[in-house]
Unconditional design. Structure first.
Length: 266
């Protein structure tokens, strides 16, 4: 049995410890970093966008984006969100922008209005279920659209985002080629098309972002770019991109081996 003196000493020490600011729970908890939004009207910005995901290398890409204090826009396919919910959730939690890229990557112009609406609505629903956030942008597969796609985008309150620079990562699958192509196409307020299922894209990303930052670029989400923060539903951005030949920047088929099977992820 402890003596009264020892019990008194223990009680005194306990009171002193609990009253110490250093020992108070929560006093020294690290605070979440708050990054100021980038004002692209004042600085040079560029948006890196990633289609067909979440791809199986998305976690490594997210690591790089976090380390470089960069934000991206991910145009997600519902079928892959379904199998890689954790990746989609992390994209949302870490402040990246989420867009709709259909459920199965069809040629929307070949579908009935009912099927177009179904492709887009299923993806809206599954992304919301997986991440708690609803996609705010639409990128039609292959960049293909017609008046029906545009009208349905209006109904769903989705601006349409295409691109004005590519990486041809799906075609070359070569780190140097991807690096060179992006830097060649880089420009202020540029929207660059890439894919997070291409391993070489993810591997070259630290070097690529470093090169862009060295040129004075801030890597931001599409909606941070000048002229993109107040897009109307159904509007097409970048302006004039719908007149460009975008076919060379997208795979002929969504069935590339790395992207074909949702089961190869988580």
């Amino acid at each position: 049995m402890k003596s009264p003196a020892r019990l008194l000493l223990a009680a005194t020490c306990t009171v002193a410890l609990l009253s110490s600011p250093a020992a108070a729970w929560g006093t020294n908890k690290p605070k979440a970093e708050k990054t100021k939004p980038v004002d692209c009207a004042k600085v040079k910005c560029i948006a890196l966008t990633f289609d067909d995901g979440p791809g199986k290398y998305a976690d490594k890409l997210l690591d790089t984006l976090k380390k470089t204090n960069s934000k991206a826009t991910f145009f997600l396919e519902g079928q892959y969100v379904k199998s890689r919910k954790a990746f989609a959730k992390r994209m949302a939690v870490e402040g990246h922008e989420l867009g709709n890229h259909s459920y199965t990557h069809p040629h929307l112009r070949d579908l009935s209005e009912e099927k177009i609406r179904e492709e887009l609505t299923r993806t809206q629903d599954i992304v919301k279920q997986a991440t708690g956030k609803t996609p705010t942008l639409l990128r039609p597969p292959y960049g293909e659209l017609d008046y029906r796609v545009q009208e349905i985008a209006k109904e769903m309150n989705l601006p349409i985002v295409l691109w004005n620079g590519g990486s041809r990562d799906w075609a070359t699958k070569n780190e140097k080629a991807i690096y060179d192509e992006v830097l060649k196409n880089a420009k202020r307020d540029g929207v660059i098309l890439m894919h997070d299922w291409v391993e070489q894209t993810v591997k070259v990303m630290p070097k690529l972002i470093a090169a862009l930052q060295k040129q004075g670029y801030h890597v931001v989400s599409v909606s941070s770019l000048r002229g993109a923060n107040k897009l109307e539903a159904g509007a097409i951005y970048p302006v004039g991109s719908e007149k460009d030949d975008l076919a060379a920047e997208t795979p002929d088929s969504p069935g590339a081996p790395e992207a074909a099977s949702p089961e190869d992820g988580l």
